[in-house]
Structure formats: C-alpha cells, structure tokens
Design a protein around this ligand. Structure first.
Ligand SMILES: [Zn+2]
Length: 236
C-alpha cells in the first residue's frame, strides 16, 4: 500500500499538528487585542478599566468631568489636541496635577492616514513638543483621531516612544447619545481591561458627565477599579 500512510506515521503527523496548533493558538488569542502595535484592550485578570476622554480640553465640560473623577478619587486618561491644549493650558495643568494621564490626539485633530506622511509626523510631534515645552510632560500614548492609522504611522509613533491606543467600548457620546444609552453600553459590555472611549469636547449637547454619574458608582459596585491607560497596560 504505497500511497497509504502507516498508523505510526499518522500518529506522528497528528502529534506534529497538535504542537503546531498549540504554538499558533496563543498568538491568535492575542491577535484580537493586539493588531500590530495597536492596543484596544488590556484584557487580563485584573478587574480594572480605563476611562478615556478625547478632543479636549473644553472650558466647561472638562472641569465638570475632572470634578466628578475627583469626587470618586479616580484617574482617567485625556487624549488632548494641541489646538485645545494651547487654548486652555490651565486645564491641562489641572489634569496633570490631578494624577490623570495625558495622551496625544494630534495638534489639530487630523486623520493621520488621510494626510501626507510628513503632515502626520508633524501633527504628532507638535503636540509632543507642546506638552514637553509647556508642561515638562512626555505623553506615552497616541490615539489617532477617528481611529485611523496605518503601519507607517504606528512605526513612527512607536519610534517616538508611543503606544498606539484605540478602545474596546465606544460610548458614541460625540453623537449626543443619551445618558441612559451611554450607561447601558458600558454596563452591558464591560470586561476586565476595557478601554472606554468618551469625549470631553463635544460640540453641542453632551451627556457624558451625566452618564458617568451612574456608570462610575455602578462599576465600582461591580468591583472594577478605574486606572489610567498606562496603569492598565502595566507600563507605569
Ligand atoms: Zn477625536
């Protein structure tokens, strides 16, 4: 029977396949969290989540959120733009003094993969320079506006010492989503290591702070801790 494989050979082949599958599976299990160098969740066993706020600071909405976070003694991560950081430097200082993390959301909120690479680089660097020169603060996280990036941008950001961070729960608060919808989205989907996307700068009505008044105590009751993204990733 020259074309049929012996039993021993079949057994060897399935053993080899089992080894191969066991090598490949852990990589695949990580792949949903790590797409290249882009992080959307920390996963893991620690019952902790990170609240993140994009596009600020806003002169009214950000202080309201900061006060709420301080009432609960918790820290969050603010992905700021250079336009707003240069307009409201005192709020950036308040975020730093309050123990919150500041991330890079580009200088003028450009969609990094839709502009020439040179523009993308200078948008990232301009926010980096602003934070270093004015606040002696080096951001370690980049959240690309609109979640739009490509490999070249990620590599550039990594070379500058940045982790590229997206999110695992989107509250869609920028679309004037009601407080009860935001609350339901978070409470019904929350998992260990989640990175929750909110906005502290929304044009027009925003129910983010109103929702957080329910979300924060509920998650605390469920046993979750609130930490910054770097704390969540264990890089701080
Ligand atoms: Zn944004």
């Amino acid at each position: 029977m020259p074309h049929s494989m012996s039993f021993a050979n079949k057994a060897r082949l399935s053993a080899a396949l089992a080894v191969l599958i066991s090598l490949v599976l852990p990589v695949r299990a990580l792949a949903w969290q790590w797409s290249g160098n882009v992080i959307s969740s920390a996963g893991g066993r620690r019952k902790a989540v990170a609240l993140t706020f994009d596009d600020g600071p806003h002169p009214v909405k950000t202080p309201e959120i900061l006060e709420l976070l301080s009432d609960y003694g918790i820290h969050a991560t603010f992905f700021v733009t250079g336009d707003n950081a240069s307009r409201y430097p005192e709020i950036i200082q308040q975020e730093i003094d309050g123990g919150h993390e500041i991330g890079n959301h580009t200088y003028s909120h450009v969609f990094l993969k839709k502009v020439p690479f040179e523009t993308a680089k200078s948008e990232i660097c301009a926010l980096d320079d602003l934070m270093l020169e004015n606040f002696e603060y080096k951001p370690k996280l980049l959240r690309p506006p609109g979640g739009l990036y490509n490999d070249k941008i990620c590599r550039f950001a990594n070379d500058l010492g940045y982790e590229v961070v997206l999110w695992s729960i989107d509250t869609k608060d920028w679309a004037h989503t009601s407080a009860s919808e935001i609350t339901d989205t978070v409470i019904n989907n929350v998992k260990n290591g989640d990175i929750i996307l909110c906005h502290d700068f929304v044009g027009g009505a925003s129910y983010t702070a109103a929702a957080l008044r329910t979300v924060i105590p509920k998650l605390l009751d469920m046993g979750f801790e609130f930490v910054t993204v770097s704390e969540l990733l264990g890089t701080e």
